[in-house]
Design a protein around this ligand. Structure first.
Ligand SMILES: *[C@@H]1O[C@H](CO)[C@@H](O)[C@H](O)[C@H]1NC(C)=O
Ligand SMILES: *[C@@H]1O[C@H](CO)[C@@H](O)[C@H](O)[C@H]1NC(C)=O
Ligand SMILES: *[C@@H]1O[C@H](CO)[C@@H](O)[C@H](O)[C@H]1NC(C)=O
Ligand SMILES: *[C@@H]1O[C@H](CO)[C@@H](O)[C@H](O)[C@H]1NC(C)=O
Ligand SMILES: *[C@@H]1O[C@H](CO)[C@@H](O)[C@H](O)[C@H]1NC(C)=O
Length: 369
């Protein structure tokens, strides 16, 4: 008996935690709608690849593909044996392994040219909204208020970096965004006028992962909360280093966001890496006004940077994406949270609102209970 117990304890100690199932996580969060992004059955490049995305993925028309049209391609899975990126290269033509790879559903490949960082110099950015109209289902959890919009979403995708990928100082990866402003909440444009939020993933130096969010930071003591870093380049890092990206292997990421009730800071951001929960924040102020009434969809945003050339990709390199799925549900987060005092009204100009926002931060810092 003692020996059996010892073996059981040993097995428990050495086996990794059983991977969670996506369907279970989705059910736990009360997500009732789902959408799978369709991928082409053949490799595509150039405008054919762009048009696939524009035609099939419900791209926000104001946003379009905001940059990097030339950096998008659908190619053979880089993990397939002996696959080469260019399966049509003359020296590979007719080889059985290459042909087999060509038969697999292609994956999305994004290029980061040598020297590229931010400012549209490499990578790509678009806003996909396949689930922005609700079925008005009332099948929501008890004590959860619903405005009839999707206030909670989960994004799942697989991401792959080539062997020897050089992460440098950091870069963006796809996440979620919402609010009536489809352009703001990135590139140093704060959530002015409180009309958007964004929550992308980022890799940092040493392939450390995080959620990089454009959300209000006026909540008292928020920036000194454990695992929160309020960066001087605008976005807020959540859970930095709670997981790390790997090269030469596919890895699955699940990002869950539930908007807070507009009057209390009970918003949720949870992140799962390859079937294991890496972190969860439950007391976030993601919006401070019901102007942001829903999560709109996938903010497919990936590039090196960072705002200066020290963030640049030192060589031409690629990331790959596949199996992108979006889940959505009704109802804001239903936990408890501090009252949000810096409530907002629509403001006439960006400049004025920026001034008012900084005043609100100053007031909140001094006067918030
Ligand atoms: C989406 O893809 C997943 C994984 O392949 C599958 O289990 C699920 O049934 C699909 N969902 C829809 C709505 O097609
Ligand atoms: C919903 O998504 C479509 C793109 O599919 C976009 O054109 C439209 O503006 C979105 N509606 C809202 C309310 O965001
Ligand atoms: C709050 O929502 C969660 C799912 O997000 C659900 O499991 C829980 O039962 C709800 N709690 C209450 C008090 O309604
Ligand atoms: C749900 O809300 C009602 C009142 O609004 C309250 O009495 C009840 O305790 C709440 N239930 C839970 C599980 O929080
Ligand atoms: C993630 O999980 C998949 C499936 O279990 C596995 O093939 C892959 O190697 C894992 N990736 C990493 C980076 O551990």
């Amino acid at each position: 008996m003692a020996r059996l117990a010892y073996i059981a304890a040993l097995v428990a100690a050495i086996s990794p935690a059983a991977a969670l199932q996506l369907a279970d996580v989705v059910a736990t969060y009360g997500l009732t709608e789902s959408y799978n992004f369709t991928f082409p059955t053949q490799a595509l490049s150039g405008s054919e690849a762009d048009n696939w995305i524009l035609d099939k993925w419900s791209i926000n028309s104001q946003h379009g593909i905001s940059f990097g049209k030339e950096d998008i391609a659908f190619v053979a899975d880089p993990s397939a044996p002996l696959t080469r990126r260019d399966a049509d290269a003359p020296d590979l033509e007719g080889r059985a392994d290459v042909l087999a790879a060509k038969d697999n559903t292609p994956v999305l490949r994004i290029e980061y040219p040598k020297g590229s960082y931010s400012a549209g110099t490499g990578g790509t950015q678009f806003y996909a909204q396949p689930l922005n109209a609700t079925s008005q289902s009332q099948n929501i959890f008890p004590n959860t208020t619903s405005n009839g919009q999707f206030e909670r979403m989960l994004l799942s995708y697989d991401v792959y970096f080539d062997d020897f990928f050089v992460f440098n100082k950091g870069g963006k990866l796809p996440g979620l965004r919402g609010g009536p402003d489809p352009i703001g909440c990135s590139g140093g444009h704060q959530a002015v006028q409180f009309k958007c939020f964004s929550s992308r993933l980022m890799w940092r130096d040493g392939a450390l992962g995080e959620v990089y969010a454009y959300i209000p930071t006026s909540q008292k003591n928020f920036c000194s909360t454990l695992d929160v870093v309020c960066n001087n380049d605008f976005g807020t890092s959540l859970g930095r280093g709670k997981y790390s990206f790997q090269t030469g292997r596919w890895q699955t990421v699940w990002l869950y966001v539930a908007l807070n009730r507009a009057d209390i800071a009970n918003g949720v951001v949870a992140f799962y890496y390859n079937g294991t929960k890496a972190f969860e924040f439950k007391n976030l102020e993601i919006r401070n006004s019901d102007t942001v009434e829903s999560i709109g969809g996938v903010y497919f945003s990936t590039f090196f940077g960072g705002y200066d050339s020290t963030w640049a990709s030192p060589v031409q390199q690629f990331s790959y994406f596949r199996n992108m799925q979006l889940y959505a549900g009704l109802g804001a987060a239903n936990g408890t949270g501090n009252r949000i005092s810096a409530a907002t009204v629509a403001q006439p100009s960006i400049l004025l609102s920026a001034v008012l926002a900084s005043m609100a931060i100053a007031l909140a810092g001094g006067a918030m209970l």
